[in-house]
Design a protein around this ligand. Sequence first.
Ligand SMILES: Nc1nc2c(c(=O)[nH]1)N[C@H]1C(S)=C(S)[C@@H](COP(=O)(O)OP(=O)(O)OC[C@H]3O[C@@H](n4cnc5c(=O)[nH]c(N)nc54)[C@H](O)[C@@H]3O)O[C@H]1N2
Ligand SMILES: Nc1nc2c(c(=O)[nH]1)N[C@H]1C(S)=C(S)[C@@H](COP(=O)(O)OP(=O)(O)OC[C@H]3O[C@@H](n4cnc5c(=O)[nH]c(N)nc54)[C@H](O)[C@@H]3O)O[C@H]1N2
Ligand code: SF4
Ligand SMILES: [Mo]
Length: 911
Amino acid sequence: MASEVRTTCCYCGVGCGVIVSTDGQQVLGVRGDPDHPANFGRLCSKGSNLHQTARPLVQQQVRALAPALRVLRQGVRAPVSWEYAVEVAAGRIANAVQAYGPDSVAFYISGQLLTEDYYVFNKFAKGLLGTNNIDSNSRLCMSSAVAGYKQTLGADAPPACYEDIALADVVFIAGANMAYAHPVLYRRLEAARAARPEMKIIVADPRRTDTAAEATLHLPILPGTDVALFNGMLHLCLWEGFADQAFIAAHTEGFDAIRDAVRDFTPAHVAAICGIPEADLLQAARWFGSARAALSLYCQGLNQSSSGTAKNAALINLHLATGQIGKPGAGPFSLTGQPNAMGGREVGGMANLLSAHRDLADPQQRAEVAALWGVDAVPAERGLTAVEMFEAAAEGRIKVLWIACTNPAQSMPDQKLVRAALEKVDFVIVQEAFASTATVAYADLLLPATTWAEKEGTVTNSERRITRVRAALPKPGQARHDWEIAAQVARAVAAKLEKPGIRFDYPDPESVWNEHRASTRGRDLDITGLSYALLEQQGAQQWPYPEGAQAGRQRLYEDGVFPTPSGRARFVPTPYVPVAEPADARYPFQLNTGRLRDQWHGMSRTATSPQAFAHVAEPSLQMAPDDMARRGLAEGDLVHVTSRRATLILPVRADPGQRRGQVFMPMHWGPEYVSGRGPALGVNGLTVPAIDPKSFQPELKNAAVKVLKAELPWRFAVFAWVDEAQALRLQARLRSYYGRFAFAACTLFGRERCGVLFRAADDYAAAPALVSEIEALFGIEGALVLRYEDTRRGNARRMLVRDGQLQAVALAGDTAAEQWLRQLLETGADVRSLGRLLLSPSATAPQGFKARGKVVCSCLGVAEAEIAACLAAAAPGEDGLARLQGELKCGTSCGSCVPELKRMVAAAAQV
Ligand SMILES: Nc1nc2c(c(=O)[nH]1)N[C@H]1C(S)=C(S)[C@@H](COP(=O)(O)OP(=O)(O)OC[C@H]3O[C@@H](n4cnc5c(=O)[nH]c(N)nc54)[C@H](O)[C@@H]3O)O[C@H]1N2
Ligand SMILES: Nc1nc2c(c(=O)[nH]1)N[C@H]1C(S)=C(S)[C@@H](COP(=O)(O)OP(=O)(O)OC[C@H]3O[C@@H](n4cnc5c(=O)[nH]c(N)nc54)[C@H](O)[C@@H]3O)O[C@H]1N2
Ligand code: SF4
Ligand SMILES: [Mo]
């Protein structure tokens, strides 16, 4: 019997409501919840593909389904019972605490945990063990935003709400690519602009992203120069009389110092630092300063920086000086990345935070938390933040490291350090839903966790809105809920350490949440007026929502009172400091990293669906066409990308949105997808461990690199349709071959069917036995294989044809025919008429072959060539987008590709 369950998308901080239809065993489909105030029924390309990632065949192949323990350090893990796993974990932790003190244990958790999970982990570390060594991947994500808000406004609370997007007349997007990373909010921005075309959108981003391309004004600032930009805008606002003197006088402090501090940020000076025309700087400042309502939306371009806190504070200074806060359509609105980065901050689940926005340094506030938890005290000194934690671990100071719901062997900067740490720690616990991640390889104890559509609890989205997360499926295998695992181990540790006063006997997530709720009484985020029942009846609610309130607060600081001792917001001077590792003669490129539209981080979930690869099929480095030409690089050439810490080989692609001297690599391409001989480190092998001095957030958006052509004449490409119930297992097997080649990568392709692509390159031909072994994994063996061999040149081509269609193809040596052969396979073309052409050594593409290009609209599977042809046939003056939507239907489902379609329409209009 099919039923429907309302829950929340497990990806980004927009926090869209999702309705899951289920038969109780499987997810049958998903659609946006029309009543959810975050999305009103919309989902983006990732959300609308969630059901694909929850299929039983995915679960069977890649989920962690049983606890497993490594017996000897280098040995394999063997399944163990939960009872034994809990006993071992608790024993290891208790022993470490007794032998080396509580700070020898560390927890590295995640903004993708639910609030209830987070709460239990935090109580475990700070309350039971007495260590503040609990930090989360939010350190890589939101900690500069937290520090920026606290410095200026007095509390970690985004003051604006989603509705403000519809009410702003200037929207300033800084260091955020909303079209990719917050798509459903971006749909709201598109709608607002369509309703009020006079709305101005300014985007500050070194790259011309889809978001930037659609802006009224794009400021392609040089990496890391945001503080200079914001100080320069403030300078101009003060100079040109846009300051709101009444607001400054009534509601702020420290203005005089800031006025002096920005005096030197003259337009000419700032334009030179930022590498933008002075006129554009003036335009941006004037639009912002004269706006009735100006809203800033910002994310990792500001946060992931060694001056991340200053970038946040400088932008907030600009809002305070112009009075653009606490009113409809205005405010500095930090977009949260993960679905529950906010909830993690609320429970204080980080090394320098305390429950319910309390201050770790305040003895009174610590005593309140200790009393709530039934312990004598909670530790006063801040604990190790993410990068520091791994540094300490590499030095042998951490004996037990418990990692939950994050994949640090992919996502942390400076992977060599991270690997050294994971190897050094005596006992690594990894609590994961998917067994396919790089970090799982380091687990001494693997604890299988439930995940989206299986767990119950709450999350808080970017606009402070608390939403219920609900289970539609039973727990798979032996997986358990995150809060449940943490509480179970905590009870066992409490017994061993003889600490009966602190309780972890929660019957359900609601009881955990009720305890968290009690901790918020009287705080800025007071939610004592909320309950699971109310969320059930009235839907998602914003905080604060104190007892007696009839509704949550939509917008903060409308009364001009800020949660600082004086009640005034504070101006904070923000000197401009360049990036930690600027480009130089030896490392002449600045490497920027960030998101793709259809993938999520380490891709453990998104990449279980071949459709997620339709938009971007393979790992690559993006470079300005000019830079490529000057270095003699052609599209798809393999390059060595080398930073001071590591080197990585991957193909290069031209990106006209890239400025000269800068390169971009999607953050998703970790060691699971691209590697080669030597340690498999992925994108973050290259990045720097430099951190912001206040937020401790690492500078993931800038590293100096050099890019040199990789001379690897021997190429190998195998691609085939495979049984979807085996594809992910095959991919896991193929990963074990990465280290046999100088370069190797493995991805999926297809829509209705599932294909696997393995690609490798080397400076000499691989042993024939190795090649055959890999081909055999794809089924390319036996009498039915069509073969062409040129042993003299080392070229080989082997393929399987079934019912007139290509089933599997392997190319070794020269792989120039790959593109058209792959398209023939992917489109299921009848190849019988091609006969010998398929195997002829010099074969160029068959006559009439046209490359389809990448798929732009992933919902409808519409590719570049079809779009170009449709636009070429347009009548003069015809609305290109409307034509595409009418003829090809692309961009009519989730809308995530609409910005790119518009870009293609504009480009076509120029020819
Ligand atoms: N599709 C998709 N969506 C996601 C995620 C995902 O993995 N995939 N992850 C979610 C998470 S956890 C997060 S934190 C958010 C991140 O969301 P965003 O921050 O919007 O995404 P990024 O691509 O990391 O970075 C945004 C932009 O910052 C720019 N940038 C780099 N350096 C600078 C600089 O010095 N100054 C300025 N002004 N800009 C700079 C980059 O060019 C990039 O376009 O996305 C969330 N949404
Ligand atoms: N170079 C570079 N690096 C970056 C960034 C960047 O922009 N550039 N961005 C940084 C940012 S902002 C972020 S947020 C991080 C993200 O980095 P990670 O946290 O490493 O990213 P995910 O791949 O989302 O990891 C979440 C893990 O939890 C698992 N999981 C999913 N659901 C559950 C569950 O319910 N319970 C448990 N226990 N496990 C579950 C998933 O399989 C996955 O392996 O990456 C950071 N790293
Ligand atoms: S915008 Fe997309 S990824 Fe983000 S919550 Fe909504 S559906 Fe999920
Ligand atoms: Mo993030």
